[in-house]
Write a protein that binds this ligand. Structure first.
Ligand code: NIG
Ligand code: FE
Length: 408
C-alpha cells in the first residue's frame, strides 16, 4: 500500500553527499514543504508534498499537522547495551580521580560487568536490552549495533548473542550484533591471551556462524586487552571465516587503527589517542573512523580528533558506545552536539556521521538517506530550521519516528 507522509516544513534528505571528508552545510539538500511516499517499508519517492499528491492520487495520506522537520533515522553503529547490573561504583571512583585502568586493575571495569552479566538470567538480560533499544528508538535511533563481550566464555557469549537476536524479534528497531569475545582476557581462563583468542576461534566463532548469530567480529586492542600482533592473527582467521571486522582502536594508546586498516576492517572505533600517522592511514583507507564522544565524556578524556580526521578526508561516523562502564548515558544526539561544539564540526558532518556514514560502518547500504529505494526509517523534529536540532544540544527530541514506514 502506498502511503504519502507530509507535508514537512523541511526534509533534510542527506542525499548526494560524499562518503569521505569534510562537508559544508550549504551542501545539504533541503526540500521545503516536502513529502515522502512509502510502500512496503521502503521509500518510493521524495519531493514536494503537493506534487507527490497529484502524482500518486491513490496513496493513503498520513498528514503532518504542525511544523516538522524530517531527517533519516539515526544509526548507532557502536554500543554495548546487552549487559547486567551497572557500574555506578566505578563512576564515583572515576570522577573522584581514579583512572579507568586503575579501576580495572582493582577489580572494577569490564570484568565487573562480566560477572554481573553472567549472573543475570536470560529474561533479565533481555528486558534490560529491550528497554535501552526502545528508548533509543524513541529518540530517533532506528538501527543499533549491539556487541557481546560481557560473557567471555563460549556459553556466556552465546547467551548474550542469542539474547540480542531474541530482542531483535521483539523490538521494531533493527539490531546488528557483533561478537566482542575479544574484549579482555577473562580472569578465569586457564591460559594466556593467545590461547584465549585461539579458544574463541575454535570454540565460539564456528557456532556463531552456524547459528547465524552475527557476521561481525570486534577486538579491543590495548595494553589492558590484546596486543596488535595477536589481534592481527585473530582477525585474519575471523576474516577467513567470513566475518566483517571492526576494532576498538587507539582508545588510550595508538596502534589498533593500523591493524584495522591493514586487515580491511569496516571500522576503527574510539581513536582518542590517534596521532597524525593514524589519521592519515585511516583517511587513505575504506575503514570508517567511528568517534565515541560518550566514552570521552564518561571517562573525562579528550575527544577523538574528528575535525582532523574529516580534514584528512576520512569517513567519520559518530556513535554512543553506550555501555555500563565508560559511556553510561546513551544519549547519542546530546553527545554528537557536544562533540560538534568541541571539535568544530558542521551540522552536515554531524548528521552524515549519524546516518549514512554510520550505515557504512555497518556495511549497510540500504539506509541513512531519505531517497527512493532506501528503508523508510525517519524521524521528525518540532522545528522549522534544521540548525535548531544541534543548537538545543540534545534537548530537542524527535516527536515522531518511523521504522520501515510505520510510526512507532
Ligand atoms: O568501548 N574500551 C573497551 N570497551 C568499552 C567499555 C566497556 C566497559 O567499560 O564496560 C568501550 O569503551
Ligand atoms: Fe565500545
Amino acid at each position: 500500500m502506498e502511503k504519502l507522509i507530509g507535508p514537512f516544513k523541511q526534509i533534510l534528505t542527506l542525499a548526494g553527499l560524499s562518503l569521505k571528508g569534510s562537508l559544508h552545510d550549504d551542501q545539504l539538500e533541503i526540500i521545503t514543504d516536502g513529502g515522502v511516499l512509502t510502500e512496503n517499508g521502503l521509500i518510493k519517492a521524495v519531493g514536494k508534498f503537493d506534487n507527490l499528491r497529484q502524482e500518486f492520487p491513490d496513496a493513503v495520506v498520513e498528514e503532518i499537522h504542525n511544523d516538522q522537520l524530517l531527517l533519516p533515522g539515526f544509526i548507532d553503529c557502536h554500543t554495548h547495551i546487552c549487559f547486567g547490573g551497572n557500574r555506578a561504583k566505578d563512576y564515583a571512583l572515576r570522577i573522584a580521580g581514579k583512572t579507568y585502568l586503575e579501576i580495572a586493575k582493582a577489580g572494577g571495569g569490564i570484568w565487573d560487568t562480566v560477572t554481573q552479566t553472567r549472573l543475570a538470567d536470560e529474561q533479565t538480560l533481555l528486558q534490560g536490552l529491550l528497554k535501552r533499544a526502545n528508548h533509543h528508538l524513541s529518540e530517533g535511533v532506528t538501527t543499533i549495533e549491539v556487541k557481546s563481550g560481557y560473557g567471555l566464555n563460549a556459553e556466556q557469549e552465546l547467551k548474550q548473542l542469542r539474547t540480542i537476536r531474541e530482542a531483535g524479534k521483539l523490538t521494531k528497531v533493527d539490531l546488528v550484533s557483533t561478537c566482542l569475545a575479544a574484549h579482555m582476557l577473562p580472569k578465569d581462563f586457564d591460559g594466556d591471551k593467545k590461547q584465549y583468542l585461539q579458544y574463541v576461534l575454535d570454540g565460539l566463532l564456528p557456532v556463531i556462524r552456524e547459528e547465524k548469530l552475527s557476521n561481525r567480529v570486534d577486538i579491543f586492542i590495548e595494553e589492558s586487552a590484546f596486543d596488535m600482533e595477536s589481534a592481527q592473527t585473530y582477525l585474519t582467521e575471523a576474516k577467513q571465516m567470513g566475518f566483517d571486522l571492526t576494532v576498538h582502536a587507539d582508545q588510550f594508546t595508538a596502534g589498533g587503527s593500523k591493524v584495522a586498516v591493514e586487515i580491511g576492517a569496516v571500522s576503527a572505533d574510539h581513536l582518542e589517542a590517534s596521532g597524525e600517522k593514524e589519521l592519515n592511514l585511516l583517511a587513505k583507507s575504506n575503514t570508517v573512523a567511528v568517534v565515541l564522544p560518550g566514552a570521552a565524556l564518561g571517562l573525562g578524556m579528550s575527544y577523538a580528533p574528528a575535525r582532523k580526521l574529516l580534514d584528512a578526508s576520512a569517513t567519520v561516523a559518530i556513535a554512543s558506545d553506550w555501555n555500563p562502564g565508560s559511556a553510561p548515558m546513551g544519549d547519542l544526539l546530546l553527545q554528537a552536539s557536544v562533540l560538534a561544539a568541541a571539535e568544530k564540526l558542521t551540522t552536515a558532518e554531524v548528521f552524515a556521521g549519524l546516518t549514512y556514514r554510520a550505515a557504512k560502518a555497518l556495511n549497510l547500504d540500504d539506509r541513512g538517506i531519505i531517497a527512493a529505494g532506501m528503508i523508510a526509517d525517519m524521524q521528525a523534529y518540532p522545528c522549522t530550521d534544521y540548525r535548531e536540532i544541534l543548537y538545543y544540544q540534545g534537548k530537542l527530541k524527535p516527536g515522531m519516528v518511523w521504522k520501515k514506514g510505520k510510526r512507532v
